[in-house]
Design a protein. Structure first.
Length: 74
């Protein structure tokens, strides 16, 4: 659903006010928006998911080893 003309005008006014009031914040927000548009968040998400999968695999292997040791000792 696209924005109405009135909503676009309001957002433009907010953007201009932010740029006038706090240029440093406006610059940081623009940088974040460019990074998101360029797709830099996808590799970061992929890395996070891969790390979590490896953590689950390692924890599962530790549990299996501990269970095998417990069965052999008992």
């Amino acid at each position: 659903m696209s924005l109405s003309e009135r909503e676009r005008r309001i957002l433009a006014e907010i953007e201009h006010a932010l740029l006038a009031d706090d240029p440093a914040l406006a610059k940081r927000i623009a940088k974040i928006n460019r990074a998101g548009a360029a797709g830099h968040s996808v590799p970061r998400l992929r890395l996070w998911v891969t790390g979590r999968v490896w953590l689950i695999v390692v924890c599962s292997l530790v549990v299996v080893v501990l269970l095998v040791v417990a069965v052999l000792v008992a």
